[in-house]
Every structure is written in C-alpha cells, then in structure tokens.
Ligand binder design. Structure first.
Ligand SMILES: [Zn+2]
Length: 1003
C-alpha cells in the first residue's frame, strides 16, 4: 500500500503498492551477496526443527528449493513441506507448488483448495463471510487443533464477554478467569490490493502447514490459538489481475495492460474505506473480525523490499488509540524483526515512513475496535514472473532500523515472496501463541478502557440535536456509525448539559449550557467501540512543524464537518444519566408524505436524495421552486421540489427510501418554478485511471441515480453528445494533466486491450476497449465544446477542472497558484457567495469541504490571466505628505487619478474604460463566471487536518459556474464526492444535475 497521500500517482495507478509492474520476464544470473549467511545457527535450527517422524513431500520440497533464488531467502520453517497421506497440498489445485513461477490462481481455485483442506482435515473450517459488489464470494478459513475448533463456540462466548466488559460489570477478577480459559483468534487478510499477488498461494501453504505439520513449533501454534484467514479480500480485482497476468503470459513479448479496475468502484483506495464503510469488502471483514472476536487484524501487502512489518511505522500515531496498542505494536513488530534477522533473512524492518494517523486502512478496523492492527509489505513482482529487481539507494542503504538491509540487486521470485510472508507469519504466530494470555488481557483491558472513556480522557458523548432538521445526511452519518458497530441512543426526554470550555488555557472562556430536545441522538462514549466514534466525530490537527513531513494519507476527516451534520462534543458526563433508549437501526430511512393533495412538496435542505426521487418517480411531473415559499404550514427553501401526477403508494415508498418528509399541498404555490425533466447523465472516464471517478459511481449507484458510463474514446467518436445527454460528469482522475487526457498513452508498441475474451473473462465488464492507449483527442475536446455550447452541463473537479480551463471551456476561470499553501487531505471552511445558483440551493451559509492539496480558483473578466492594478497593489511614491497622502507635483494643478478597484479575493478585478477599450478578450457580462462557493478567511480556514500558508488561498473561489455558449461548466477545486466521506458536498453536484438547464444567468 505504498503510496503518497490521497490517490496514487497517476502513471503508477496500478502499481502503487509495489514499486513497478514487472518488466518482461528475463533470465538473469543469481546475484551473489557477500557476507550474507546462508545457514542459520544450530540453536536456531533446532528451535524450528521439523518432526523427524513425519515424512516430507520430496517433490514439493525440491520445487521450493528450485524456485527460491537464494538460500537466504528461505528459512527452516518453510524450506520443506511435510507429507500427508490424507490432506492435499496446494499442488493439487495449483498444479505446482505455492509461489511457483508463471502462474496465479483465481479466487475460486484458492477457495477450492481451502474447501479440499477443510474436507480432509478436522483442523480446518471454511465459512462464507459475504459477497462483493460484483457478487463474488468472500471466505474465511479457521485453522486450529480439532480440540480447539470443537470448543470454539464456548471460547467465543468468553471472548464476547471480554470484548464487552459491561457483561461482567467490568470485574477484573471475572475477566482474569475468562482469560485463563480462553485462546485467542488471529485474523490474516490477503490481496486487498490486486497487483500485490503473492498472498493467496502463501496463505494456502501456510494453512496446510498449520493443519499438517507435526513439528513442536507448529503444534504449539495450532493448539493455542485459532488462525483465521481471508485469502482474497478484493475478489473482483483478483480475478481481473489473474486475467491480466494470463494475457501477459500469452503475449510474452508485448507490453500488457495495467490493471485499470481493481474492485467494482475503486482500486488502491479499497484500503482507505475503514472510516466510511462504503465497500462490501470493508463491511465483510469488519463483521468477520468482530463476530470471531479476533485480537489481531493482519493485512498482507506487497511493495517494499523485502519485508516491511509496518506495525511500528512512524509518528504521528492516531490520536484516539489506546496507548496499550502502541506498546503492542512495538513489542510484536520488533520481535518479528529480531526473529527474522536471526533466521538470516535480509531486509526485514518495522520502523519506517508509514504514519498511523488516519484510521482509513483496513487493518485499522482492529485498532479502532480494541484489537491490534498489523500490516506486512513484502516484495512483490506484480505477478509471478521471476525477475531481476534493482533497488533504489534509500531502499538498500543501512539505517539504524535496517541493520540488515535489503540487497541492492536481486533476482526475485514469487516463491521468495511467499517464503518471506509465511516465515514472518509463522514466527509472529508462534510469539503470539506463546504469549496468548497477555493479548487476551490487553483485549479486555482496551475494551474496558474504551467504556471508561467518559471518566478518563472524555468526552462523555457526542450528541446530534433533534432541534436541527432531520436529513438524509444525518441518516448517512448514523448509518456509518451503525456499520462500525457503534451503539446509538435517542433521548426520551430533553437533557441539559454544561460543557467545559474547549480551551482550558483561556481563563476567560465560560462553561456553556445547552439543551437537547427529546429525540436527539446520543453516541455514548461508555461503550466498547467508543474509539472509532470518537475518531470519526472529533476534529484532527496536524501541526505544520510536525517532524513527519510526509503524511501518508489524509490528515483530516472530521465527519460532522464533511457530512454537514452539526454534532456536539459533550464533556459533561451528566448526559450519560439522561433518559435514553438504544436505537436498533440508526440511520434507517424514515421519510413519508403527510396530508393529501394534488401537489407534493419536498423541502430542499441540502438533501442527497432529491435527485434520486426524480428517477424513482420518473413519470411524475416535477417542478423546482426558484425561490423560498411558505405553504401548508411549512417553509420551503429555494430549490424545493413540487411533484404532481404521482401515485400515492409510489410517493410513500419513494419518500421513505429518500428519507425526506414530504408535504401534500392543495395546489401549486404561487412561486416562480421551472419544469425539471429527467436528466440524462453520462459519466465519462479515461483509460488512464478510474479510481477517483469510482467514488462518484459508487455515490450515484447508492443514490439510485442512473447514468450511462462512457469513456473519452466514445466522446472522441460521438459528434452529437447533446442529443443523447443533458449532463456529462467528468470526475477527477487524480493528478492527470490536460495533455494526457487529450493524448492518452503513447501510441508506440502494441495495443493494450481491456476486453472480455476467453482468455480474460473478467475484463471489459465495467467498460471495454480494444486499446487503452488513445485519449480524448482533439475531436473529443471539440465534441465536448459543442455539447456545452448547445446547452449541456459539464461537471468537472480538480484535474478535470484544470482540463476544462486549459481547453477554453471555462472563460474567466483560472487555477490559483497558492504556492505557499500546504494542505494534505484536510477539511477546510467555505462559505457561499451566491445562493441563487441552483447548485447552492438548500444550503446554509457555510460548508466544510475536503481539499486534497489546497487547490483554488481566481476569476477574471477576461479570458486571459492578465494582472490588473488594484488598490491593494498600489504603493505611493517618494514625495510630499504622509504615507496615506498623495504626492503633488509642484507648479501645476493636481489631477485626480482614476480610482483603483479593490475587488474581494473571490471577485474579478473590473477593467477601467482604458483597459476595456477594443479588448477582444473581455468577456460579455452575461458570460462571466459565477462564483458559488469560496474559502473563508485565513483565520477560520482550517477545520481539520494540516494547513500551512492558508493566506494564499483564503477567500478564493472553489466552486464556480462558468458559462460557455448556451451551456455551463461547473468547476470544483475540491473533490465533492470522495471516499463516501464528503456527504455534505454531494448536493452541490446533485442540485446542478437536477437543474442542468437553469444554471445560467437569465440572458
Ligand atoms: Zn498494498
């Protein structure tokens, strides 16, 4: 999962967790490594000795040796395979040994093996844990001595009590008894990142060893703990990766396509979903982890040579973890390094550049649910080719934490990778088994301390007041908490709290009383999973001078800000004594229609579900109110919907699903309205990268908003886009530039197909092309221009907004080069400039936005970025008078100069008569861009995360509606639809789509 913050580097999109996809297989001589021990000491060897009574599988063992490129890339734990008369080895399914060159198994083959194992060994159990977005199965495999598996139910009941100490009244003595009788569960997950291909075969062989090997070392593990394995986390992506690899083997002398789609929606970001819980794989893994009451979640990745156990990582550590966890990380991580180093395997380390600040990683589900998160990066070749790998100096140089660093040049095989993965896991499982009581004690202690949070560090609770309007955004936030297994309660009567001042060092700050009405939601911190709720609902602060200069991912995520749901952090513990009831399914939709009448009105309060209503009731007549109005005893904001000719049952069902309270009116209110036809949406993607737009697809699918999925090559061929579509969404690509969007990839070499064929049955299903290389082309750019000119709406963000600007589609809009600003995935404050633009309908005055890097716009009245002198620029010359007075030339009359303009940072600088005269670049008034949203001032800009040099983007525009011909181009400097976390800014896009033909100013 090696990557910088946020989305992966564009051209490494499919190779982010590894350094690069492999070059074509080539025969290279093995590289000697002077001074590297080839055998381990006799003492070590005896500790890992196999059972001499148990025969070994001679053929399998010979192949392990053959495929391992150097003896020191293996260990006494994995340099042989015990034989069994009854239990099949991985060879039975693979046709070769685990980690053999030139072959990757599909997920179903991996599963077939585990089921064979379960059928032939009482020490193995396989269960289905759910399915993926594309319907593929996910499994978990439990391995332990049959006596343990027989007692698993009773053991699980004990672990359940330890995981929720309220069940034993926080009684340490009872807990000690439970710990003594119990054995732990260690959960290992493989291949969440599809180009990181080694884990499934390593885990197949590991399972065989754990089930079959009679060496005391292995016996001890399986008789003291359950090892739980999900061999393939991203099943959809695994099958596509195997297709790609098969294509490569069938075309050995050609370039082969990069893995453009991993999961159905996102690629590398599937390992950033542990906050938003948007993807099936995240939910399935968390549900499994919690259902088995596991103590560890250990996720396998491949990128760094040769084994980076990033368990220890680097600071800053996430601010909401229990300090006990930091100790566990250090103990387990450094133990792993010393064991592996003692085995003579080079290149194993645990301290490194990975900070554990963000809780978005899959493994972090454990860290935030009272377990232990762990992660290995081993060295992968992005397939099963054996290759010469050349390391960079910072990879092979010795440092204090890499005393036996990786070798600078190696011949590396998939088998080497499997040896490292298996040896590291076995040594760590052994250490874990030997200290199992300690982990169980800590498991209990961390849960207990989570429950004691209100009395220790606080807060006592978070409250979402019922005084604030109900909304689909609030439902989304509650839904996330529910998916995180957080308990949510509701006040049955009003409660008043007195919060201590936020900043206790300011003596002037007074305590603040606040009353929450009955029905308010309370997220109590005296519950076992209080940590994840606290981490999501609190704000983050990353000091600009923190020693860690390279945040690994987003630095801020505060969900109440990003969901636009006011949430109060309550420190007053009296809230916990207020009368409240637990809510079984917080966030379940509960909308309805009240009253009866010919017109049904739905208020626009920044809901994310209004656009979906347009499709759910597609035969009804929809109008949109252009101003606020009052009717039926209710107030309706501008942008509210007025629905006619819909059946009563369909209306009730649609409103419930949309989670909105609709009101029936006797007649249409007297307010200006426009007709809202069903928008025809196209979602355009490139063949460069699809991850960031994948989050947009995920959001639209979830909101039941249909769209046609097209690509830049379609657009280059389609010369009448406007007759087919009303809206084209061109979501961010992630650090693409305009040239690459237009030109695509270089055209030398062979075509790179992304198609469903007999050889590649899993490709081409989401979209397909015979050749991924061509881009949008000049014709595509012209077709997009025609589309907008003829009245279409083009929606762009970040790099695609830059594209629209570069291609002249957004006259008067420029990217603000705030070179001094430093933002790394932060939450920043913004305020609306223009509430009249339909995109802004339903919003209050302010909105928090996710900003990847501090991008902003500037606005001009010309199509060229020419600097015009303003009052701010003017500095008086040397002469008479004080600093604020004018100089006066002597001996003639003084002439008053033209007043210099003083525009606000979000406004264009007006031209004076001289500048405007005969100026072909001057944009006609009605065609000048409208600024909808801008950043707030520097002082209030940072809400959450890292911000330095905010002055250079303060008050600058971030959402702008540009006009081109009859149509509009909506430009976002933020990404409004991101990782299922930016619910609050979704309506900006959804409103614009619903009102696609009413975005422009009246002409
Ligand atoms: Zn990875």
């Amino acid at each position: 999962m090696k990557t910088g913050s946020r989305p992966p580097l564009l051209f490494l999109a499919s190779a982010v967790c590894l350094l690069q996809l492999p070059a074509l297989a080539q025969e290279t001589p093995s590289v000697p490594a002077p001074g590297t021990p080839s055998t381990t000491s006799a003492v070590i060897s005896s500790a890992y000795a196999r059972d001499p009574q148990q025969p070994i599988d001679q053929d399998y063992t010979a192949k392990i040796k053959q495929y391992t490129t150097e003896p020191y890339f293996n260990s006494p734990l994995t340099d042989y395979l015990p034989a069994s008369k009854t239990v099949p080895t991985p060879e039975k399914v693979l046709g070769d040994v685990s980690g053999a060159p030139n072959m990757l198994p599909y997920a179903e083959d991996v599963y077939r093996y585990f089921r064979l194992l379960a059928a032939s060994s009482p020490r193995v159990k396989v269960v289905t844990i759910g399915h993926t977005e594309e319907g593929r199965e996910m499994i978990a495999v439990a391995i332990a001595d049959e006596s343990l598996l027989a007692k698993q139910k009773e053991n699980d009941a004990r672990l359940a009590q330890l995981s929720d100490p309220r069940t034993i009244h926080l009684d340490d003595k009872v807990a000690a008894g439970l710990v003594q009788q119990s054995f732990p569960v260690y959960y290992i997950t493989g291949t969440i990142h599809s180009p990181e291909t080694g884990a499934p075969t390593a885990l197949m062989e590991l399972a065989y060893r754990l089930a079959v090997d009679d060496s005391p070392y292995i016996q001890y593990i399986r008789s003291h703990m359950i090892v739980l394995i999900t061999p393939v986390v991203e099943v959809d992506g695994r099958d596509r990766m195997v297709d790609i690899y098969k294509w490569h083997r069938a075309h050995p002398d050609e370039n082969y396509p990069r893995l453009l789609y991993w999961g159905h929606y996102v690629a590398h970001d599937n390992n950033r979903d542990a906050m938003g819980m948007t993807l099936d794989l995240t939910r399935n893994v968390l549900n499994t982890y919690l259902a088995w009451h596991a103590q560890v979640l250990h996720d396998l990745h491949e990128s760094v040579p040769f084994l980076y156990d990033n368990t220890v990582g680097d600071g800053p550590y996430n601010a909401w973890i229990d300090p006990i966890l930091a100790g566990e990380w250090a103990e387990i991580g450094w133990n792993n390094v010393s064991q592996m180093t003692a085995l003579g395997m080079p290149g194993v380390f645990t301290h490194g550049d990975f900070d554990t600040w963000s809780p978005g990683y899959l493994m972090f589900l454990a860290a935030m649910h009272n377990g232990i998160s762990r992660l290995y990066e081993t060295f992968g070749n992005g397939g099963a080719d054996t290759e010469k790998r050349i390391l960079a100096p910072d990879e092979y140089e010795r440092t204090w934490y890499k005393q036996n660093p990786p070798l600078p040049v190696v011949e590396w095989s998939q088998r080497d990778n499997n040896n490292y993965e298996e040896t590291a896991l076995l040594t760590t499982l052994s250490y874990f088994a030997q200290n199992s009581q300690q982990w169980l004690e800590n498991y209990y202690l961390k849960a207990k301390r989570s429950i004691e949070k209100p009395d220790s560090s606080g807060p006592a609770a978070y409250v979402i007041s019922a005084a604030d309007q109900s909304s689909s955004r609030r439902a989304e936030l509650l839904q996330v908490l529910t998916l995180q297994h957080v308990e949510v309660s509701r006040l049955s009567e009003a409660a008043t709290v007195t919060n201590k001042p936020e900043n206790p060092t300011k003596s002037s700050a007074a305590a603040k009383s606040q009353t929450f009405p009955a029905g308010s939601y309370v997220i109590r911190m005296d519950q076992p999973y209080s940590r994840i709720a606290d981490a999501l609902l609190d704000r983050q602060y990353w000091a600009p001078d923190d020693p860690q200069k390279h945040p690994y991912d987003d630095t801020g995520w505060s969900f109440p800000d990003l969901f636009d749901v006011p949430t109060v952090r309550v420190t007053d513990a009296s809230i916990l004594k207020a009368k409240m009831e637990p809510v079984a399914d917080a966030g379940a939709p509960e909308g309805s229609v009240s009253g009866s009448g010919a017109v049904v009105a739905v208020n626009n309060s920044g809901e994310i579900t209004l656009l979906g209503l347009r499709y759910a009731l597609k035969d009804a007549k929809f109008s949109v109110a252009e101003q606020a109005f009052d009717a039926g005893g209710h107030h309706f904001a501008a942008g509210s919907l007025l629905i006619q000719n819909a059946g009563a049952d369909a209306l009730q069902a649609a409103m419930k699903d949309a989670d909105v309270e609709a009101v029936s009116l006797g007649a249409m209110p007297s307010v200006a309205v426009h007709h809202a036809p069903v928008p025809r949406i196209a979602m355009m993607h490139t063949w460069i990268a699809t991850q960031t737009e994948g989050w947009w697809r995920e959001a639209l699918d979830k909101l039941h908003v249909p769209y046609e999925y097209i690509n830049t090559q379609t657009v280059s061929r389609e010369d009448d886009l406007r007759s087919k579509y009303d809206v084209i969404l061109f979501a961010p690509i992630s650090r693409a530039n305009t040239q690459s969007i237009v030109n695509g990839m270089p055209m030398w070499g062979n075509p790179l197909p992304w198609e469903k064929t007999e050889l590649t049955p899993n490709l081409g299903r989401i979209d397909s092309t015979p050749d991924m290389r061509p881009g949008l082309g000049e014709s595509g750019v012209e077709h997009l221009r025609d589309f907008v000119r003829q009245g279409g709406l083009l929606v762009t963000a970040e790099d695609t907004a830059q594209f629209a600007i570069d291609e002249g589609l957004a006259p008067g809009v420029f990217v603000n080069r705030g070179e001094k600003v430093r933002v790394v995935g932060s939450v920043l404050g913004a305020t609306f400039v223009d509430h009249k633009n339909p995109a802004a309908w339903g919003y209050g005055s302010d909105l928090a936005v996710y900003s990847a890097d501090g991008m902003a716009f500037t606005i001009g009245d010309m199509t060229v970025p020419r600097h015009l002198e303003t009052e701010k620029d003017y500095q008086r010359p040397t002469g008479r008078g004080g600093p604020q007075e004018a100089d006066i030339p002597q001996g003639r009359l003084a002439v008053q100069p033209e007043t210099l303009p003083s525009p606000k940072p979000w406004e264009a600088t007006p031209l004076n008569e001289e500048e405007a005269r005969n100026n072909p670049y001057l944009i006609p008034v009605q065609d000048r861009p409208d600024v909808i949203l801008r950043f707030v001032g520097a002082k209030d800009l940072l809400l959450s995360g890292l911000l330095e040099g905010g002055g250079s983007i303060a008050e600058k525009p971030i959402v702008v509606d540009a006009h081109f011909g009859q149509g509009n181009v909506l430009l976002f400097a933020n990404n409004p639809i991101y990782r299922g976390e930016t619910i609050g800014s979704y309506p900006l896009v959804l409103n614009a789509i619903l009102n696609f033909d009413h975005m422009a100013k009246a002409k």
